[in-house]
Design a protein around this ligand. Sequence first.
Ligand code: SF4
Ligand code: SF4
Length: 359
Amino acid sequence: MLTSQMIKEAAYAAGADKCGIAPISRLAGAPDEMNPKFLFPEAKSVIGFVFRIPRGVQRGIEEGTQFYQYPSMAYGGINEILAPAVLYQVGKVIEDEGYEAFTYRNTGARSAMSDMDGSYGKTLSPEEQIEVNEHAKNATAHHRSVRFTRPSREGNVPPDLQFQFRLCAVACGLGEIGWSKMLLTPEFGPLQRVAFLFTDAELEYDEMYHGEPLCRKCGACVRECPGGCIPPINGGAKVTVNLDGKICEWGDIDMWRCYAFYTHAGRYYNPFVPKEVFDANENGSLNLMEVPGTEANEQEIMKVYTALAKYFPSWVGYNMAKCGGCIRACVSMLEKKGGCMEGRFEQPLRTKKAWKLDR
Ligand code: SF4
Ligand code: SF4
């Protein structure tokens, strides 16, 4: 008989760092376009897997000397190699017992709704659009949403369905969402990625996390975001979701603004772009980064990506995340001031003042 213990043992043996299981009913309140019930209507359980991000892959960014390890190891490596391998192995255990295993890795695929702003229709993926403009002029441009998708039968939602990974992780009892919208876990703070598996097997379920709040509402992520994308803790705009009775709350982040800053970081945090480029701000293409009050939208983001594309150090399939601001700030604070990262490492992540380019 298939048990939760069998599933967790298989997950840990294959390389997952944490595994939690929830009844699919915990996600019943999700909007249709993001509700996993449409993925697999007979599913009774959702299994969530946590894959830790080694703190050391942030070291190069913390020192300002190596920016490649984080996107390649902690985005690409986990999403493309480690997580699919674990899903595959656990899926075999489930299917050997006669139940179906609908695996759901982090694909970065697009749905009818933009994952940036929740709108329907076309929203651009600037870095992919540049590729299309330069190398594949007759190909379909890439977007944050798919425009022409239609329900495949009456009562369905249009493909491809994407659900809210972080809320699903909370439902599986894996952690809570912090003010910065990152998933925080008691074991790894903000340092992990997740993947999921849906099955028609009924299992024993984990409770949702109900210990001390994992987010200390300290505001370190707000202060250290190079783009000012995260609203202030007190009085800032927030998002509140009732997840089967558990109230989840986070800052209403300016996602388009983050799209520009997490990749390109701006004048003070991007050592790959000469100061003169920011000073010249040709055709106002860097207004979003240089002129306070400029609204972040697709057009402004496209200008930034186009202007700075040639300074991109290296493509690794995933955007070169240069800021790392909210994650490193959170780790550093939770280690030093008490929180879920306390006592894990002999030395703190941050041993000196955070760097900032003098220009
Ligand atoms: S830095 Fe502080 S406020 Fe931000 S997510 Fe982490 S604990 Fe919460
Ligand atoms: S990823 Fe970077 S730009 Fe985006 S919210 Fe975090 S610190 Fe700000």
